[in-house]
Design a protein around this ligand. Sequence first.
Ligand code: FPP
Length: 253
Amino acid sequence: MFKWLKKNRQLYPLVEEDIFNGKIPEHIAIIMDGNGRWAQKRSLPRVAGHHEGMKVVRKVTKLASHYQVKALTLYAFSTENWKRPKTEVEYLMKLPGEFLSSFLPELIEQNVKVRVTGDLSQIPEHTRKIVNKAIKDTSKNSGLVLNFALNYGSRTEIVHAVKEAISCIEKGEYTVDQFDEEKLTQCMMTYPLPDPDLLIRTSGEIRLSNFMLWQLAYTEFYFTDVLWPDFNEEHLIQAIKEYQQRGRRYGGV
Ligand code: FPP
């Protein structure tokens, strides 16, 4: 049994070895929602919720890594989030840097590979530098891929992918007739990650909010009322257990 599981058995009674008896999702994607409401309930500024949410990122990364999940995609900032008040946007932009500055050694120790899905060119330079350094420093790691969806929007991604495919056709790399789902998948920002097996959204909202619309076609959805800063290892295990009960047929019988 993992050292971590032994140590936390009392704290998290749901942490059982039997989770290994079922299929572990290879790719988990999470819409981390409810930070603002968490803060509001405590009469704290919204950014306090985001800061607390960052600590949860550490917890779920650790557990996903222990469960040998191959990829964990976290929706950290959407292309729509620029509409938020300037101070909140500035805070959210600093968070990936703060997270990586604090936890990069731990991620390296856990053999985690950091990557980003989204347009980094609009991200403030200090954050971009830290993120790029983390990507470089973990590039040889072979464990969990920790994929931050940062300045990411699915419709923009699809438009870019289609433009790239058109350019491939114009360059003669393939013909219109040869163009298929696999070729479009290869133009997506998430490539070569496999499609998520499990999508989790916290805070009781039941929508996708422009997140991985192409990649989630056959994904199992798990919605919980728990606000992201309250989400813990036990909640993640609950979601994986529910996933293990689902019958995936991909349109077959
Ligand atoms: C949605 O909650 C959450 C976000 C827009 C930001 C998510 C970011 C984090 C959890 C921290 C990121 C950490 C790292 C390491 C990058 P909301 O603010 O919309 O909540 P509300 O719906 O209750 O207002």
